[in-house]
Design a binder for this molecule. Sequence first.
Ligand SMILES: [Zn+2]
Ligand SMILES: [Zn+2]
Length: 462
Amino acid sequence: MKLYNSLSKETEDFKPINPDIVTIYTCGPTVYMYQHIGNFRTFVASDLVQRVLKYNGYKVKSIMNITDVGHLTGDNLGDADTGSDRLEIAADREGKSARDIADFYTEYFLKDFDKLNLTKPERFTKATAYIKDMVALIQKLEQKGFTYRISDGIYFDTSKFAQYGKLSGVKLEDLGGAGARLEPNPEKRNPTDFALWKLSPSDKVRWQEWESPWGKGFPGWHIECSAMSMIELGETLDVHVGGEDHKMIHHPNEIAQSECATGKKFVNYWVHGAFLKVDGGRMGKSVGNAYIISDLEAKGFEPLALRFFYMHAHYRTKLNFTWEALQNTQNSLRRLFALIETYKEDPDAPLAIEHMRQFEDAINNDINMPTAVAVMWDLIKSDLSEGTKLNTLLKFDEVFGLKIADHIGYEIPKSVENLARTRWEYKKQGIWDKADMIRRQIEKAGFVVDDSSSDFKIRRAK
Ligand SMILES: [Zn+2]
Ligand SMILES: [Zn+2]
């Protein structure tokens, strides 16, 4: 299996630390609002990585975090640690406690997670449940001399970590104060330095704050992922998945603080999912096109059509969402399901070896889903038996996750069954001409009746 590694910038042969269990951490949602279809593109990418690993016989131990404190409004804008805590803003806006906000949006997220048939991690880890571990990690960094204190918190000194820009490609010396997009914090030693622990403001009681060796406050967003990942999956893990927006700041920060604390490599394979565009442009709340799953459902779309839509682009290439494209995808998904409903099951039918080979080549080549989907249509169009097609589709669906099994069920129409029963009665009574006449009617409907001495069986005509 080959996987593109953002750190080496190469497609590499995948080799897990432990040959039997692959450890995966996925940067999860910040639960201050609904997760939109751009966020879910990343979560589906993570799901596909896990499904392909399992298809290849690996066991997967996976963790997804739920950020319920400390993710600031400035954190994604090029200068970390500016702005306010998103959970606190949402609490003030909605007139609820930060805990209520987090619980509400977490629950909503988990429902959408199921609707997209995503692989459940072993645990969804809430940041607020790991505060002690974060404090311990910051103390470790402090003891090793990687931190400094300024008026609003404890910061990580990125100039002390020589490989800081390895993932992002950003060199520290290229980042003058003018390079930062937001007003830089003048107390910071380097523009790339980031907060490990933020001190609560003296004039305001926060919804969520904790005592610490440095004073009352809350953890920085980046330290959360490092602490949870290392506690749950060990100091070095196999795969870390996140959106490409994390490649510049969040993930370099995670690497810096983790590797400085342990002296070990933090993550072997970094997997970044590309953005989703909407109508050819940027997606965003301010643009009004940050659609959520229930927006799709309100327009009559099934969430699985969105899942199928994502698979029509490679996870590392941009994908453009339009309602028309989603409609086309839903149509083709329904066509697929309708076809499957006409297929007759045959558990003994052999798998389509050549299609299996092509499918496996595709998924094992850095999760190439567009090719895997094309192989599926090729299989459907082939003249292989329906039993072979079904059995092969069920294998493919271990990765597709489209719930193909729900659509299998070869049904004999009631009318045909009634005809066959009547014919059986005539036959028993020796009324051959009428039995023959009904047999022809059944054949006209596309079915064949096989008689045995004690019973009759209906099957579809070839
Ligand atoms: Zn991450
Ligand atoms: Zn993270």
